[in-house]
Design a protein. Sequence first.
Length: 193
Amino acid sequence: MAWRALLSALVFGTTLLLPLAVGRPAAALDEVLILSRYRSYTGANMLPRGRGHPGVDFAERPGAPVLAVADGVVSHMIDSAIGCGHGVVIEHAAFARWSAYCHLQAVTVDVGQVVARGETIGEVGRTGSTSEVPHVHLELCTSPCESHGDGDFTGTEDPLAIAAGCYDAAQAYPNEQLVLTFPVRCLHWERWR
């Protein structure tokens, strides 16, 4: 199956170019691989998980840039040996929301730093409980958060419910409502056809 080849490429670092559409036609320009959705019972490793997932896992190679999903201010860092691993939380004050990014190999921002949508805030990694599959775990929280364990949806919302897709520097995003973009760069399949 194609997903097994992709997971192998992500874990072992081989190059693999495939059209990976998420709920879109294969001809779509913007494509990402979502390994585990909000409330999913499937882990990033494609194996069953015991309880629902409180975020969304986006596949990417280790060291790839992690992007801010919206404008905000870096609220705090996360550093735990299990669960989230190394991470960062960004406050979106105008909307009373926080976005948490987990499993980072490196964080490239500082607490109090103002960040813009699409700005690199870290690098994809395998820290914490990642099942050895490199990815970024994104959570959308209604209060300052660290990261929630599986099955704990308290103060979380589905990030994909308000996602506009891949970040596009040429696109204007609304200021009157919170709209997120994906935390990883998207494949632009047209380049590879």
